[in-house]
Design a binder for this molecule. Structure first.
Ligand SMILES: CC(C)(COP(=O)(O)OP(=O)(O)OC[C@H]1O[C@@H](n2cnc3c(N)ncnc32)[C@H](O)[C@@H]1OP(=O)(O)O)[C@@H](O)C(=O)NCCC(=O)NCCS
Length: 165
């Protein structure tokens, strides 16, 4: 498998916030934003791996600013790290008021996607070519985030309600 650059799989996606996307105050629902972030991230991961991907983990998300009905949300997704079958993708969201041109940073989160073969089993992904200092810094920081996630994965591998692993 040929290694790919971060820029080869970057995704930019826009959505117009309609009334059905908002709460009673006319602000974008958090769940809807997470859904779009998941889609943008999955598209970047699928472009890199040229495969179907599953979301394995999402790091904590803070909602910094409300996004209002009638505004646009701009989502940018890029790979920050790849393992054997998994990929970390940074997704950033900004809102844009197209009438005034004002933009506001809304939130960012790291997603882990796993590349799947035709039987739904994890399959290897291409290596990532790092070209800029920022990409190299992100990659180093991703290694620490991965350690934390793998610890968390071990701790949360059973359910007290269904008593199943
Ligand atoms: C994600 C999934 C395919 C992993 O399958 P698995 O049989 O557990 O596979 P593995 O243990 O070999 O893990 C595969 C890779 O994912 C990584 N991974 C899996 N779960 C992870 C987690 N919670 N956090 C970080 N990495 C994770 C592993 O470290 C491994 O990475 P590597 O190959 O780069 O080293 C499987 O758990 C699954 O199908 N989960 C449900 C996905 C889903 O439905 N998502 C939608 C939201 S509900």
């Amino acid at each position: 498998m040929e290694a790919k650059k971060v820029s080869d799989s970057m995704v930019e996606m826009r959505e117009l916030i309609l009334p059905n996307d908002t709460n009673l105050l006319g602000n974008l629902l958090g769940g809807r934003l997470l859904h779009w972030m998941d889609i943008a991230g999955a598209m970047a991961a699928s472009r890199h791996s040229q495969s179907i991907v599953a979301t394995a983990a999402i790091d904590s998300v803070d909602f910094k600013q409300p996004v209002h009905v009638g505004e646009m949300i701009v989502l940018k997704a890029k790979l920050t790290w790849v393992g054997r079958t998994s990929m970390e993708v940074l997704v950033e969201a900004c809102s844009e008021n197209y009438l005034t041109g004002e933009t506001k940073f809304t939130n960012r989160a790291y997603f882990i996607f796993v590349s799947l073969d035709e039987n739904g089993k994890p399959r290897p992904v291409p290596k990532l070519i790092l070209e800029t200092d920022e990409e190299r810094r992100e990659y180093q920081e991703a290694l620490k985030r991965r350690e934390e996630r793998l610890k968390r994965r071990q701790i949360t591998s059973s359910c007290s309600q269904c008593e199943k692993k």
